[in-house]
Design a protein. Structure first.
Length: 220
C-alpha cells in the first residue's frame, strides 16, 4: 500500500515537472500572438495592384514608380520621375519614363536588364500619380474650370459633376475632348447637354490621363 502511494506521488511530481518545463514556451507563444511564424523567403512579395491602367496611363514628371523585378529583389526599387523625365534603378541608369505607359516602361527596362539577368520580368507600378500627364483639364463654360487628378475608370460625367456642372451660357452639345495619342491631337465630340439634362449615358465617355474637356460658350 505504501509502495503504491509512493508511485502515485512520483507520477504526480513528474507531471508537475513536465508542466513547468512547457509553461515558459506556452507563455511566450501566447505573448507573441500564436506560434512562431515560419521562416520567410528572401523573395519580395508581388507588388500591389495600382490604381491606374498600366496600358493607358501616361507617366509624367513627379510620379512615384515602383519598379518590381521578379525574383530579383536587389533590382527592385521605388523611384521618383525626375524633372528631366528620367528614372534610375539598379543596373538601369537614366531611363526615359515620361510619355510612356507603365507597361511600355517595363518592357524598356527588361531590354536593358536582359544584358545582366536571364529573361527578366519587370512590373512598373505607379504608386503616386501626380505628374502633369495624370491630370484632366476642364476649360470653358463650367462652374469651376481647372485641373482634376485622374483616377482609373473616370468618365465625363464624373469630371463635370466635380467642377460643379455647366453654366447657363454653356453650349454643352458642342463640347469636345482633346486627346493626345502618339503625339497627335484628337478631338472627340461629346454632347454634354444630352448627358447632363437628358440622361443620355451613351455620351458618358471614358476619360484618359492628359485629356482636355472643352465646353464652348453658346452663341445665343
Amino acid at each position: 500500500m505504501t509502495i503504491s502511494l509512493l508511485h502515485i506521488r512520483f507520477a504526480r511530481l513528474n507531471a508537475l515537472l513536465a508542466t513547468a518545463l512547457l509553461l515558459p514556451g506556452l507563455v511566450l507563444a501566447q505573448a507573441a500572438g500564436g506560434p512562431a511564424p515560419a521562416p520567410r523567403s528572401a523573395e519580395l512579395p508581388p507588388p500591389a495592384a495600382q490604381s491606374v491602367d498600366p496600358n493607358q496611363y501616361v507617366i509624367g514628371p513627379g510620379d512615384a514608380l515602383q519598379v518590381f523585378v521578379w525574383r530579383n529583389p536587389d533590382l527592385t526599387a521605388t523611384v521618383p520621375v525626375r524633372p528631366d523625365g528620367k528614372i534610375s534603378t539598379p543596373l538601369v541608369e537614366d531611363m526615359v519614363a515620361v510619355g510612356k505607359t507603365p507597361s511600355q516602361l517595363a518592357r524598356d527596362i527588361e531590354k536593358v536588364l536582359s544584358e545582366y539577368v536571364r529573361s527578366p520580368t519587370v512590373n512598373v507600378i505607379v504608386n503616386q500619380p501626380v505628374g502633369a500627364y495624370s491630370q484632366i483639364q476642364i476649360i470653358g463654360q463650367v462652374t469651376k474650370p481647372g485641373s482634376l487628378p485622374y483616377r482609373a475608370g473616370m468618365k465625363v460625367l464624373d469630371a463635370v459633376l466635380i467642377v460643379g456642372g455647366l453654366t447657363q451660357f454653356a453650349a454643352g452639345n458642342r463640347a469636345k475632348i482633346v486627346r493626345t495619342v502618339d503625339n497627335h491631337k484628337q478631338q472627340i465630340r461629346v454632347k454634354l447637354d444630352a448627358l447632363v439634362n437628358k440622361g443620355d449615358m451613351s455620351q458618358n465617355l471614358d476619360l484618359r490621363p492628359g485629356d482636355v474637356l472643352v465646353v464652348p460658350e453658346s452663341i445665343f
